[in-house]
Design a protein around this ligand. Structure first.
Ligand code: SF4
Length: 356
């Protein structure tokens, strides 16, 4: 793409839902595991800024609602230890960066990777903090993961729970009975205590899950001592059929009828992950799922810590120490105002440097 922009050399693209896209099918790249991202002075990284870093690419799982096209085998497309160490040390020396948003669909997809990165992080000359995505079923299989991740500096994690209904859970591809999943979450909380904020994401409208089950989930989330600190509810989206074989499609989108859905609108939606055609199954239709997701979200509103997996690193980049936002809610207006002011000043500084 850079060559194309520089000198107009030819560029192959493919039709996609959102326009023309460059595909790895036309430009295969096999050196991901040894490739480095080197931030330069022109990136104007702030001193101590927490950075995004892609440590792995693709996913080894096959959840039936997910349209992630980058399926891989275990161990494939993980950054090599020496590359990860190089980047972390370089960023520390140049920018005093000690925190990261780990970009990785599932940090704990294999115990080998959790151990390997634990070893890298343990040898760093600073205490690393990070946030990311993980799976509870992997911790059930390898309980030692929880301790290793905490020792590696985990601060907040999004766990895709999706459902606590036994039939829906079986179909979804997460592999654990809801009671076992809950026990695993309690175990994680025991190991992590307050040092890690757990966000659980849930989908409303999965195959086999009736409305009452969503409210049972909400009730559990609101019980005292629930290990999930924050919940996010989203309605199921089914992408419209497409004749482009390269378009990302979930198993449900590829064959809605097999999972008990009929697509009931002629408006196919924009095709992005949250905008597909209307659907219905034996329990509800999409509009009801949207409504339910909103109500369930509101019912869990009291317990929404601000330092979650998406915000923790951003607050640290704004200069807050962890104890200054720990225990604060996402709706704390005074805190939000202060954070907004800090962000505005930082943006202005960045802009000034860019325009110098
Ligand atoms: S939902 Fe997450 S774990 Fe499941 S297939 Fe998609 S990226 Fe992988």
């Amino acid at each position: 793409m850079a060559k194309h922009l520089r000198d107009g050399s030819s560029l192959k693209t493919q039709n996609s839902r959102t326009g023309q896209a460059i595909s790895e099918k036309d430009y295969p790249y096999s050196d991901y595991s040894t490739s480095r991202i080197e931030w330069s002075d022109e990136d104007f990284i702030f001193s101590g800024e927490h950075l995004p870093i892609e440590i792995s690419r693709g996913c080894i799982f096959r959840c039936n609602f997910c349209a992630n096209p980058a399926f891989k085998r275990k161990g494939e497309l993980d950054k090599e230890s020496k590359v990860l160490r190089y980047e972390l040390e370089r960023n520390y020396e140049r920018f005093k960066t000690t925190g990261y948003m780990f970009c990785d669909d599932t940090y704990n997809d294999t115990i080998a990777k959790v151990r390997e990165y634990h070893e890298v992080i343990s040898k760093l000359p600073f205490n690393l903090e990070w946030t990311g995505y993980g799976r509870a079923d992997a911790i059930k299989r390898h309980p030692e993961m929880a301790q290793l991740m905490a020792e590696s500096g985990l601060k907040a994690m999004l766990i895709g729970i999706e459902t606590l209904h036994p039939i829906a859970a079986k179909g979804v591809g997460k592999g654990l009975h809801p009671n076992v999943l809950k026990d695993t979450l309690y175990y994680m909380k025991d190991v992590w205590g307050d040092s890690v904020t757990i966000t659980g994401s849930f989908i409303v409208g999965l195959p086999g899950e009736p409305e009452e089950s969503i409210w049972e989930t909400v009730e559990w989330l609101n019980t005292k001592g629930c290990p999930v600190d924050e919940a996010i509810f989203s309605p199921l989206n089914i992408r419209a059929p497409t004749d482009n074989e390269n378009s990302p499609m979930s198993k449900i989108s590829m064959d809605p009828a097999r999972y008990g859905y009929s697509l009931i609108s002629s408006d196919l939606g924009k095709g992005i992950s949250s905008h597909g055609p209307a659907w219905e199954n034996e329990f509800m239709h999409k509009a009801r799922a949207e409504e339910l997701a909103r109500s369930a979200q509101q019912s869990c509103q009291d317990s929404q810590p601000i330092g979650n997996w998406a915000v923790y690193s951003r607050l640290r980049s704004l200069g807050y120490q962890e104890h200054e936002f720990k225990g604060k809610s996402s709706f704390d207006e005074n805190f939000l105002l202060d954070a907004q002011n800090r962000k505005d000043i930082m943006m202005q500084n960045y802009y000034n440097k860019l325009m110098e």
